[in-house]
Design a protein around this ligand. Structure first.
Ligand code: 13P
Length: 284
């Protein structure tokens, strides 16, 4: 079933669980995600990063095969542009058939973030595409920007007026997570009061970015305060890389098609654990 995030997140909001949104960048990694969701009878979101679409595969090549996989699946599957900061590119993705987009104008001053997001919301409307946006910022461990600082957290009152002024379907909130690989053994401190306050005032589906390495306790509490979408990329990629490393160590001559296919399946095992934690198993 090919759907937008709107209905999926409305149900998750009602049922106090979250739908996992997983970064893919090709057919195999998309297939691994959908297979894991089907095994768990869970709705799922395929997140394609703007940067990957620009550097690895253009949206006019990858969109149709993913839509076809989603249509053929018994579980609800949404295709979402992740961190779309280039609005012209984002509009191309919607034209191509993305059912959902995240417009990321969070680096701009608040009023500009509102203006850009409103433009995207009215553009997406006739297509029936859902829109996620971000207020506050999150860092990226290991690649320059580093950990999310307290001054990057979402300011609840700003987020509340943003949701009211833009009419977004979902809002990404910065409350302690960072994208990428945390150091071994590190567990981030989450500031749940930020999420709680925004949820209380708006009832809007809220999004946790940088879900990899967040830890089971942080995820459980996030669901309680109102997170309805959890983004995970790094842990899925790491699991696939680890599979490739071990498989080649065991058999350096392993043929590439089975290596690539089985890597995505191995990544899917990690996703099943996240689906369980997010509470979306058997919700399809
Ligand atoms: P991680 O790669 O840290 O899981 O973050 C994914 C994400 O938030 C994509 O938007």
């Amino acid at each position: 079933m090919y759907v937008s995030m709107r209905e999926m997140l409305r149900k998750a909001n009602e049922g106090s669980y979250a739908v996992m949104a997983i970064n893919a960048f090709n057919i195999e990694s998309t297939h691994g995600i959908i297979q894991a969701a089907e095994a768990m009878r869970s709705p799922i979101i395929i997140d394609l990063l703007q940067d990957h679409l620009k550097s690895i595969v253009d949206c006019n090549l990858i969109t149709n095969p993913i839509i076809r996989m989603a249509q053929d699946s018994p579980v609800p599957v949404a295709l979402n542009l992740d961190h779309g900061s280039d609005v012209r590119h984002l509009k191309r993705c919607v034209h191509e058939g993305f059912s959902s987009v995240m417009v990321d104008a969070s680096a701009l001053p608040f009023e500009d973030n509102v203006r850009v997001t409103r433009d995207v919301v009215s553009f997406a409307e006739p297509y029936g595409a859902s829109v996620e946006a971000e207020v506050g910022n999150m860092g990226l461990v290991g690649e320059g920007s580093g950990f999310t600082d307290a001054d990057m957290y979402t300011e609840p009152e700003a987020a509340i007026s943003f949701i009211k002024e833009t009419g977004v379907d979902a809002l990404a909130v910065s409350y302690g997570s960072t994208h990428g690989n945390y150091p071994e053994g590190y567990v981030p401190t989450f500031h749940f009061d930020i999420v709680e306050r925004i949820k209380e005032a708006t009832g809007c589906p809220l999004v946790l970015h940088g879900g990899s390495g967040a830890g089971a306790e942080n995820i459980k509490r996030s669901l309680e305060v109102g997170i309805n979408k959890i983004n995970v990329g790094t842990d899925y990629m790491n699991a696939q890389r680890e599979f490739v490393r071990q498989a080649l160590a065991a058999d350096p001559e392993l043929d590439y098609p089975s290596l690539a296919t089985r890597a995505a399946e191995a990544g899917g095992e990690v996703l099943k654990r996240y689906i369980e934690l997010a509470g979306s198993a058997n919700k399809a």
